[in-house]
Design a protein around this ligand. Structure first.
Ligand code: HEM
Length: 468
């Protein structure tokens, strides 16, 4: 069954047909897997020919999960690209404040130096939801339990719905969804989001329309909710649609960053040889002439490299570059794809192919850091060291954030909040797996990778100061 052995089937297919096109049969449909040689051509096709959002809508069963809004509106993409990403430095202090406050509320407060049990997925899930909320809904609402509940549980329920429905052929879906509690929960979270965010959005829109309000780069209004009310036009410009966009953004952000947070913790605990270097890197930035500042995160090149290595070995999905063909198309190599075909690339297999990554089975936390250093010596990167080996950079064989114009617009925000969490963890805590246990394995279902939500680990507080 595809659901249970998707990762193996995709890997086998890649080994057998590396430079060819092949088909995989899922329970609910069949998908066409393209070779890496078609990456550039595929990613530059216009959405009216090969649509990324229609493929996402298809995968996440839009009619049953509320994702179908992305077929009508592109606001969720443009608001991140045009508003959030350019303002990351402005909101960095607010995010730091939120993280410190979330730690007080959620992380077990302990004054002793004893080891304590905790569940990383549960705690980091709440932290990811709080940090995302500070950017999405601003200070007034980001600690609201109703919003935090919606932003975490909408996604959990959506995945329950699709994992179950995709076990069955599409003709059964219209009968099955009725009996899934996760379907009804998802709807109810959407409704609550509209009720919670609607009045504030309505107020912003009305005041903006009569010329009495615009956003400023001030704390209260440096958030997606305010930017949406200012930017939305036409049919998007109504509180229900904008609240729906907010929920979709929480879906795109909370669990993807959570997965990375948990996996980086596992990877660093399993490879403690990196801890001292990472701590020294943070210390160097803290003691630098400028001191710790909004730009310090972009100088944590070793930590950045660890994030990238972790994502290579445990990405959220083994398939990427998913596109639904809206028109028939013939590629330059003669491959004909008919209208309605769903295509993708085996991104995990590509990135972990020894031809693209040396010793792919070993976790080499400073792999990208060394590549960056080498390139810097040969004059290939900017003075700040930013370049193609960053966690947030995409490349022909680094595809977990997509590739080309449709690649993830939220990856810079993701990099910032994951690093922020690890600056805090590395300077104030020590971690260990439970006695006689090793790094937990990733769970695989369909093409997705998950972490076991109830996994326990140990932490203890140590002497040392977080720079914020
Ligand atoms: C480590 C964390 C993340 C990973 C691995 C990830 C990965 C991805 C991938 C693979 C895509 C699809 C690209 C394609 O179609 O080729 C995507 C799209 C997207 N992501 Fe992310 N993402 C992450 C975090 C975020 C965050 C934090 C946000 C928001 C702040 C975000 C917002 C989006 C949006 C709006 C889209 C576009 C969806 C569309 O076009 O309909 N992502 N992401």
């Amino acid at each position: 069954m595809f659901a249970g052995k998707a990762a193996n089937l995709i890997e086998e297919g890649y080994q057998k047909f590396k430079s060819k096109t092949y088909q995989l049969i899922r329970q609910d449909s069949s998908i066409v897997v393209l070779p890496l040689s078609l990456l550039d051509e595929l990613s530059s096709l216009p959405a009216k020919v090969a649509s990324p959002n229609s493929a996402l809508e298809h995968d996440l069963l839009g009619n049953y999960t509320g994702i179908n809004l992305i077929l009508e509106s592109r606001l969720h993409h443009s608001i991140i690209q045009r508003k959030l990403t350019p303002r990351l430095e402005v909101i960095t202090p607010y995010l730091e404040e939120e993280l410190a406050s979330a730690f007080k509320d959620l992380f077990l407060e302990c004054d002793d130096s004893d080891w304590h049990e905790f569940q990383p997925y549960q705690i980091f899930g709440r932290i990811s939801a709080r940090l995302t909320a500070r950017a999405l809904v601003g200070r007034d609402l980001c600690r609201d339990p109703t919003w935090n509940n919606i932003s975490f549980n909408y996604t959990e329920n959506l995945f329950r719905t699709i994992v179950i429905l995709r076990l069955f052929p599409p003709w059964l879906h219209p009968f099955l969804f009725y009996i899934l509690p996760s379907y009804w929960n998802g709807r109810s979270y959407l409704k609550s989001a509209k009720a919670l965010l609607g009045p504030k959005l309505h107020n912003f829109i009305t005041r903006n329309d009569n010329g009495s309000w615009t956003t400023e780069d001030s704390e209260g209004e440096s958030n997606v909710l305010a930017w949406l009310a200012e930017l939305a036009k036409g049919t998007d410009r109504n509180p229900d649609t904008l609240a729906h966009v907010e929920v979709l953004l929480a879906l795109a952000s909370v669990h993807t960053t959570l997965l990375r947070m948990v996996n980086v913790l596992y990877d660093l605990t399993a490879n403690p040889q990196y801890l001292e270097e990472l701590q020294l890197e943070i210390q160097r930035e803290t003691e630098s002439k400028e001191g710790w500042n909004n730009n310090s995160y972009s100088k944590l090149h070793k930590l950045d490299s660890v994030l990238r290595e972790s994502q290579r070995m445990s990405p959220p999905t083994t398939l990427g570059l998913k596109r639904l063909f809206k028109q028939s198309h013939t590629f330059s190599n003669g491959l004909y794809v008919s209208e309605g075909t769903y295509v993708c690339l085996p991104t995990f297999a590509i990135e972990n192919d020894p031809e693209h990554t040396e010793n792919p089975e070993s976790f080499d936390g400073l792999r990208a850091y060394r590549q960056k250093q080498q390139e810097s010596l040969s004059g290939g990167v900017t003075a700040s060291g930013a370049g193609k080996h960053d966690f947030s950079s995409v490349g022909r064989t680094v595809l977990s954030f997509g590739y080309g114009k449709a690649s993830c617009p939220g990856r810079f925000f993701a990099a910032l909040i994951i690093k922020m969490l690890f600056v805090k963890l590395l300077t104030e805590y020590e971690f260990s797996f439970l006695p006689n246990t090793k790094r937990p394995k990733n769970l695989m279902l369909h093409e997705f990778l998950f972490c076991w939500p109830w996994q326990k680990m140990l932490f203890r507080k140590k002497v040392g100061g977080c720079p914020f």
